[in-house]
Each structure stands twice: as structure tokens, then as C-alpha cells.
Design a protein around this ligand. Sequence first.
Ligand SMILES: NC(=O)c1ccc[n+]([C@@H]2O[C@H](COP(=O)([O-])OP(=O)(O)OC[C@H]3O[C@@H](n4cnc5c(N)ncnc54)[C@H](OP(=O)(O)O)[C@@H]3O)[C@@H](O)[C@H]2O)c1
Length: 220
Amino acid sequence: MSETVLITGASGLLGRALVDAFVRRGIPVLAQYHRRRGGERGNVRWLAGDFSSSRSTAAFLKRHAAALAECVHVIHNYGPIVQKDTAAVTGADLLAAFQVHLQPALDITRFLLAHARLRSALFVAFEHTGRLRSYRRILAYALAKNALPVLSRSLAASHPGIRFSVYSPPTLAGAAVQPPGARPVAPPAVAETIFRVFRRRSGGHFRRETAGGRQGRKHG
Ligand SMILES: NC(=O)c1ccc[n+]([C@@H]2O[C@H](COP(=O)([O-])OP(=O)(O)OC[C@H]3O[C@@H](n4cnc5c(N)ncnc54)[C@H](OP(=O)(O)O)[C@@H]3O)[C@@H](O)[C@H]2O)c1
């Protein structure tokens, strides 16, 4: 049975490493990009898509419906970061962050639940997802990313038999945003960890120190 996986944000820093990790294992990849289509290679099909609005996400789903119907796994990797001082953050910034980080993830998942034989969905969060703390520059991003475990857990409860996971990666080496004290990790190493999470039998919320071990937090 085909194992085809859809990877969003596949032309980005982590996305390219994820595509490599799956292709190396012979897994067919549907690779979403926005402006920078990746190179041609066997087992990869590049799908153009713009997730800046619900309407453009719907257009992506409609345009690629036949290819997406083949997909049994999805990795929601798309999720660009925007920085702004917390004192200047507005409600519109919060809405925009939810638009970026939740709307495409949810609408694509719902489409695949309805039109494909989805078996797993993995959401890429960030290092501090699930940890209570304050933010100076990335409050809107952090709030939206922190909603992903709730979304994942809730979908898991309403769709038993489908594996929903969240992975909280560390700062990537080469990323534009390098927080003070960050210990960046090379994207291929992060992609390998995500692949291990992808291969787990059960879902949950995982991070660097738990992904390979036994203490990954199961969804409640
Ligand atoms: N960077 C880090 O240090 C870090 C740390 C922790 C977690 N993360 C998370 O890891 C994931 C990947 O991060 P990254 O740094 O690898 O991302 P990135 O390099 O910024 O990649 C951005 C991706 O999103 C696509 N994209 C941009 N605008 C789009 C739009 N309007 N519609 C659809 N696609 C669009 C880009 O496509 P084109 O290039 O084709 O235009 C590209 O594939 C994100 O969820 C991020 O939050 C990142």
C-alpha cells in the first residue's frame, strides 16, 4: 500500500531536509511550496500552494485534489515566524498568527480525512510549545503554536485509528531567528528525529529529548 506523505513548507529550511529523509526511505512525497519549487527527483511531486488565506488554501486543495487523494500521511511543517515586540502586539497579529499556523493545518487535515485514506498527521511546533513562559518578540507565533497540541489531541479523540502527533523542534541551524542562548541543530538531524516520531505507533507531543526515547507524552 502506498505510503505517500504530504509535506507542507517543503521548500523551506526544515522542509527540504524532511523531503530528503522520506525520499531516502523510498516514501513518495507530495511537496508543497509557495515561490521556490524544489528540484526534480524521483518520488517527489511538487505542488504549488499559497496558504495566506482560507480561500487560497481551498484553491490549493481543489487544484491538487487528485494527487492529495493518494496521500495517507501529512506533515504540517509550514509555519513562518514573525517577530514583534510584545508591547506592540495587537489582536490582528494574534488572528494573523492563527491564520498562518492553524487554518491551513486544520483545513488540509479535514480535506484528507474526507477525501483520502489518512492514517497520520504530524504538526511541527517549536521548542517551547507546551511550556508556560512569557515571550518578548514572538508572542503571536508562540500562542498559535501552543494551540497545536490541543488541536492534535482533540482530532485524535474524534478520529480514533488515526495517529496525531506534535513535534517541538529546537532552533534550526541556519534559521533567520536565533534566540539568545539557543543551541541550534542542523535541519537534517531534526528531520531524522521527526521521521522517528512519524514512525511511532502512537501519537502524542514529542520534543528533542523524548522523540527517540520512551517518555513522549501521550495525548490524554
Ligand atoms: N527555523 C527555526 O529555527 C524553527 C525552530 C522551531 C520550529 N520551527 C518550525 O519549523 C517549521 C519549518 O520552519 P523553517 O524555518 O524551515 O521554515 P522556512 O525556511 O521559513 O520555510 C518556509 C516555507 O513556507 C513556505 N511558504 C511561505 N509563504 C507561504 C505561503 N503564503 N503559503 C504557502 N507556503 C508558504 C515557503 O515556500 P517557498 O520557499 O517556496 O516560498 C517554505 O516552503 C515551521 O513550522 C517553524 O515554525 C522552526
